[in-house]
Design a binder for this molecule. Sequence first.
Ligand code: GLC
Length: 741
Amino acid sequence: MKEQQLKELMTVMTLEDKIFQLLQLLGSFYQDTPDLVTGPKAKLGINDDAIKNAGSILNVRGADKIKAIQKSYLENSHSKIPLLFMADIINGFETIFPVPIGLGATWNPEIVKKSAAIAAKEAAVSGVHITFSPMVDLVRDPRWGRVMESTGEDAYLNSAFAKAFVQGYQGTNELLTEDNIVACVKHFAAYGAPEGGREYNTVDMSERTLREYYLPAYKAALEAGAKMVMTSFNVVDGVPATGNKWLNRDILRNEWDFNGILISDYAAIKELIDHGVAEDENAAAKMALEAGVDIDMMTSIYANHLLDVINKFPEIEDDLNESVYRVLQLKNELGLFEDPYRSANSLKEKELHLSTEHRQTAREVVSESLVLLKNDNQVLPLKSNQTIALIGPYADSTSLSGSWSFSSNQESTVTLKKAFEEYLDEENLFIATGSKVVETEFLESSLGNYFSPEIDMQIDEEKELKKAVEVAEKADVLVIAVGEHYLQSGEGGSRANIIIPQVQKNLIQALAKLGKPMVGVIFSGRPLDLREEVSQFDGLVQAWFPGTEGGHGIADILFGTANPSGRLSMSFPYDVGQIPVHYNEFSTGRPYQQSNHSKRYTSKYVDIPNKPLFPFGYGLSYTDFSYTNFELNKEILTQEDRLTASIDITNKGTVKGKETVQLYIHDNIGSVTRPIKELKGFKQVELEPNETITVTFEIEEKILRFYNRDMEFISEPGEFEVMIGPNSEINEKKIFYLKDK
Ligand code: GLC
């Protein structure tokens, strides 16, 4: 449709048509189930007219199902405006990729872009138009369950991934193609900093911290063209994001010039009442619309109250028209007025979903997401002539996709056992489950009436432990596949203690007594407290929740077909008591390393170290890289020119490997205190044995800008330190000076 036709459409729509365009409902409202009336409809307090004319639906999948809903909707709706279909496609659609905290560990935006493009293709043929992704919330607290969905603790790295996801979903052309879907960046803003790591808890930070660390990745997603934004559940400076005019109008719309759709998170408009900022549903409707929230996800607040609010406050109708027009524009951009069924195609679904090509890419992404944390005595890579005991509840598990995987069938997941059977002869491989993932009591308590015996592993624990020890005694090397339950991660999955469940610790302890070489493969959606496991295992590999090709990707690393190149994008705490722990901290007035005070009176703990167990940017390889000839081409940087930092990287080992060379900068003196270092660049280089390459980084004034004491985003002249290394603990420095204007 042309813009003029859209405008004409607006003129013929009734006020109710417009209001219902801002309503988003679950697909269950469009499936004729017996409990529809008593269940969802009654609970939401929504009437048939609203259902018949809602503007969008979330979390329905399948070409035939979506086409049927769209067809029936268009036959029954008053305005005949096609529905938008949106879904949570976080780490893949049918082919599931590693969870985003694992994608972040690839430090490879290009491969993440490729994974997003595959997810978009698979989703588009299944009728989905929009994904509620990327989630770019910066995270410093692994107690929070949703670190699983984030790419980590650094604004610069998260911004690179935000751009990659958006370009993967939407493509890089102005117009969307049939293989693209719309990206909805979330959760705006700063949802990743809940106090205590407790889900949905209060977020409270200075505007400087918000702007310096938490906002850049959302902005990067919008600069990459993201067409939608989702509000977050939390308050920002005491005002819930979903009712926050400063956040949504002043920053998002005016400062960043965003003209796309802002959708609430699930039921977040109604939660304005629970937050205590709206006295009733009318007030909540008015507050959210005035704050620029265009779509009401899964409440009846807009549908049931905006008419009344507009009668009382006629000026609100302008906000309504603005929101409705945005929704029509996006429907038009997707071509839905010309073809309401867009890319939905059940034949292409069968052809594209889980295709060999998609699986191969997923397998590569898995191996690039794995982080080798320890490899004593070269226990890895495994040799195919060794006898291996693969033990643990994740040895033959298909629950490898994390808590957001949209995939309809877990059977497509390649288990570790299956992958090992492709690497080893039958007589060289022994398998045992050994223990449950987690105590049944946890599942019963955390799931309540959602608990069903099928979720619980039906094993005889005593018998399984005995069998595990027996097979271990026959093996040369033990590979122990352990980790947290996927329900201990993700939304609603905050944990106060971030350890491997005790039932599995008992298994590891029993096996450690055998004194055999042990390799641990850790499955989790967060950095865990692995202090005990680090001392028990000779080799340790962080595998996250690796998705459909998890078994293959992990086996490729363990058997050396792929050389580990993953680097942590989030610090692993030495102890949960360190949290929040992140590399770009401030020195404090009493830095532990160098201070005029006695050790007692410096910034530290008396019972644990300050340093994390594994730092941001850390990861080992099967080869060794040396960093030599670190140089700056000059010491003075003016406002206009640029300075080149260079360093030689040599592969000193015997196998080809990929190294992620990281550039950090410290602004020694600022009008406000500056982090001891900040990631300002990274490059991945792949080197053959004995090969050397010179890596260079261009440093210019604009990358030195920050929010100064007056909240101006500018650089300040003075001394800077440059560090280039394999992770954030690098401390070899070169100095340069930024000249004044
Ligand atoms: C959830 C999540 C959000 C998701 C939405 C729709 O509560 O917070 O990330 O996109 O609801 O499922």
